[in-house]
Design a protein around this ligand. Sequence first.
Ligand code: ZN
Ligand code: ZN
Length: 273
Amino acid sequence: MAEVRISFLGTGAGNCIHRAHTAIVLDCPDGTRLLLDAGSGNSVLRHGAQLGMHAEDFEHVLLSHRHGDHMGGLPHIQGRRTQMAPSASPLLVHSLEESLAGLQDLFRAVSITHQVDQDSVTTTDGNRVVAWDPVEVGQWITLGENTRASCFLVNHIGGAAGWRVETGGITVVFSGDTRYSESLIEASQGADLLIHEALSTEDDKDGASRRGHCTAAEAAQAASLAGAGQLVITHIDTPFHSNTQPLADEARAHYDGPISVADDLFITTVSRP
Ligand SMILES: [Zn+2]
Ligand SMILES: [Zn+2]
């Protein structure tokens, strides 16, 4: 039986005061481990360690966009990875050019000794510790023996993307940050699992949209129109932290499949016979 294990290391919206920022680990049936976004600060290191996942265990990062709550943790992941496994292959960051440019600026701003250029991040002793993999929309990249991924544009900021991952006959789609997006529905067709952000309920639909985000109803509509096998809602804002039920209840009215709202350290699996 093929199984993908999905571990949520961070599930909070940018301004959330209770949760770590967005970071999700996919453990694929062929042994490939993917980090979808990298949270901020040391949250991937802290929450990863609690689940037995350490910086040196990450090789591939699929980055959705250049906001700090999604890419801010990468310099710390790199630092710890280089410390623990100095001769490891470079951390490979896959994303659209525009997002990689933002990430390169971040590395330049925070690295005192590292050389940051168009291709990679290199330490003073010539060790390549990060390599950039610029991808095109819709381009499939091979990440493991039976694992591939491609990204699609979403409606958030310039260069913002979601990711479709196919592995061992199982498809997982991650929305990244987005307003309601037709391109996401198209790219999510037949997904076994849709991980979709939702900042609020319909009570604050305008506020969510102004900030570039969805409501739970919109996330569920996307899951329904995509024919997704199950929906996990994430990117939770402060008002819903301690009671996520209103998000789940609102989603329920628009989607018939299983619905979960992720908390930090939530783990779920998707399997196929
Ligand atoms: Zn965000
Ligand atoms: Zn964002």
